[in-house]
Design a protein around this ligand. Sequence first.
Ligand code: NAD
Length: 296
Amino acid sequence: MTVSAGARLLEGGPIATEIRAGVAADVKAFVAAHGRPPALAVVVCGRDAPSMVYLERILKGCANAGIDGRLVEIPDGDASSQERAVVEALHRLNDDRQVAGIIVQMPLPTGVRLRPVVEAIDPAKDIDGIHPLNAGLLRLGWDGFVPATAHAALEMLHRSGVTIRGAEAVVIGRSPVVGMPAAFMLTREDATVTVCHSKTVDLADHVRRADIVVVAAGRPALVTGDMLKPGAVVIDVGINVVDDKLVGDVDFESAREVAGAITPVPGGVGPMTIACLLLNTLHAACMQNGLPTPKI
Ligand code: NAD
């Protein structure tokens, strides 16, 4: 993909490669010290096709980084027996000292309640930041695990040298896994943050004031170039399929004419998400073994 106007292309691939290489090196040192790699358990309840592709990528990422990726499959059954089986599997993984991190495939099958499942994850192993304790820590501006996609969006800003302190930031989307954690992280880093959502009356009016725009709505072409402040940094988290092609939530062609920097889709935030999960698994392993936080 080429960028004709002034916008700098913020590609996730090279940054993700850098993070993965750092994780792999530290995992090697962990294995040398402990005689075993840290494990990341992926709990799968119902084989929902798009998320299986994502989970397979996570397991491949684990293998490449030297992390022991484990797929834990919950047998089919009615919702209440599946819910019980997921909670029991989580308790077993919590007790397994080799397992550093746990993620649970989302969405859960119909009838399996989210709350008992997320509450059953040990917060110290909750590397995707979905347990209420980690969500609360983020809300308070304290350290804890944060959801990987929001983490990836912020890492794109950090590692591209974008100034967050004092910036006007608009986050489009208020989901607990992307929009809200991104907004809390930006607030913690001293941006002035506005959260827009499906009931926002004049989206363009908000976006026009933003130095940083994070878009996570799942609506193709929701943000167009004419809505942007010239020079704005645009982080497009959206993943949509239009005419068999993967596109984000931003109309890339018009936005790149006005933006100062922009992430492509595919190749922007996407590759960073799994790299952040691997990094969090390493963090968890270090914390659980009293080692210092890795500097990657
Ligand atoms: P979600 O459906 O839970 O939330 C969407 C949010 O967008 C809601 O808060 C809603 O109010 C808001 N919204 C919807 N229409 C809007 C509109 N017209 N104007 C303003 N706001 C609007 O989705 P999610 O799980 O937060 O995911 C958001 C997007 O990010 C999706 O496209 C998803 O596929 C993508 N995603 C990408 C990654 C990645 O690794 N890159 C990971 C997770 C999700």
